[in-house]
Design a protein around this ligand. Structure first.
Ligand code: DHB
Length: 392
């Protein structure tokens, strides 16, 4: 098989890139190890930054997001029994949409299928070849056949465990990583929303977050031991933990409902400061991971492929590789901003087992600062909606 751009991975990065390239008249093939059903049902985060919302609308993918997603113009922070609102729109002129990542995936797959795009699901043993030459290829197995895609470029959108990053030789890689000693316990609940807006809570027992999926399905998280197992958490135990961390003295309480999904998310920060090697480019989770606090992951993936699509367009239109060769430096600006922001939100809101009373007072003081000073609140808000001022 021959195509212009071979894309490994049908997550938000790979699928959106394929769609953006299609709009520019560039041919691509997307291969994916999971099935279509799996990618369309894997539960991930759900916050779209202003720039992500705008891009999806500009490229014809915004209809369901606008109809079924929830536009939020603020969120709440609670700590020390206090409750504060961060008014995103007043502070920044922008907003976010709560719309689950797997819904974005469904919209992307539908658009690619409708346009006759080539998506190959259920592949295995994927490997990358000759990425240092101008004729790279991707080999994989599908239904006991060995297949090969010959292309001009290989784009690795295959997540942190995929084969793409390891196709960059160890000697040229510059990886940065930080692990956190906690995870998030996530639940999906059949219930009406507890609150009109998201609530991020710092509590002595640990962090908790109230989010939403629809008028009848809610998403909630609480900080847990990353080695814990969902079997240790009965519904009653989950509710008593959420009530302990979130309920307010003014009478506000978390609304309970039937819990129909439980999972534990690990937390780490990771950046590959090398995102290009010859004709191989990394995008999304294959190049960087953020802890979930602030929900930046998908937004970063979208930004990466937006830059790549422009670079590839300029290559096919003008024969110039300047934009492509600037990809790493351009993309890393937003990536490191989001890395810092996610680390900062995580550090400000979680319970660290080794924190001294001094550290805890600093945490509370920082929360008071971002909820009482307009300058502090703006710093939080402009990062949360996604730095609109960054060129990319
Ligand atoms: C969600 C996830 C997040 O990490 C976050 O900061 C906000 C919302 C969510 O899944 O809805």
């Amino acid at each position: 098989m021959r195509t212009q751009v071979g894309i490994i991975g049908a997550g938000p990065a790979g699928l959106l890139l394929s769609h953006l390239l299609h709009l520019k008249g560039i041919d691509s093939v997307v291969i994916e190890s999971r099935t279509r059903e799996e990618i369309e049902s894997t539960i991930r985060a759900g916050v779209l930054e202003q720039g992500t919302m705008d891009l999806l609308q500009d490229v014809g993918l915004g209809n369901r997001m606008v109809a079924e997603g929830a536009l939020h113009q603020g969120f709440e922070l609670t700590f020390e029994g206090e409750r504060h609102r961060i008014d995103l729109t007043d502070l920044t002129g922008h907003a976010i949409t709560v719309y689950a990542q797997h819904e974005v995936i469904k919209d992307l797959v539908a658009a690619r299928v409708a346009a006759g795009g080539k998506l190959v699901f259920g592949v295995s043993n994927t490997s990358l070849h000759d990425v240092e030459s101008t004729k790279p290829s991707i080999r994989y197995e599908k239904d006991d056949d060995t297949c090969e895609i010959h292309c001009d470029f290989v784009i690795g959108c295959d997540g942190s465990q995929g084969p793409s990053r390891s196709a960059i030789p160890e000697a040229v890689r510059k990886d940065h990583q930080r692990l956190y000693p906690f995870g998030w316990f996530g639940i999906l609940v059949e219930a009406p929303p507890s609150s009109d807006e998201l609530i991020y809570a710092r509590h002595d027992r640990g962090f908790a977050l109230i989010s939403t999926r629809s008028p009848t399905v809610q998403r909630m998280y609480f900080q847990c031991d990353p080695r814990d197992s969902v079997e240790n958490w009965s519904d009653d135990r989950i509710w008593s933990e959420l009530h302990a961390r979130l309920d307010q003295a003014d009478g506000w309480r978390v609304t309970e409902g039937r819990i129909f999904q439980k999972n534990i998310v690990g937390m780490r920060s990771f950046v590959s400061n090398v995102m290009q090697h010859g004709r191989l480019f990394l995008a999304g989770d294959s190049a960087h991971i953020v802890p979930p606090t602030g929900a930046k992951g998908m937004n970063l993936a979208v930004n990466d492929v937006k830059i790549l699509a422009e670079g590839l367009d300029s290559f096919y239109k003008n024969g110039t590789e300047d934009k492509l060769n600037a990809y790493t430096a351009t993309a890393l600006q937003r990536i490191w901003r989001a890395e810092h922001f996610s680390w900062w939100m995580t550090s400000m809101l979680h319970r660290f087992a080794d924190a001294t009373p001094f550290d805890q007072q600093l945490q509370v003081s920082e929360l008071r600062y971002v909820t009482s000073s307009r300058a502090g609140a703006t710093a939080l808000a402009e990062n949360y909606v996604g730095m609109v001022g960054l060129s990319h």
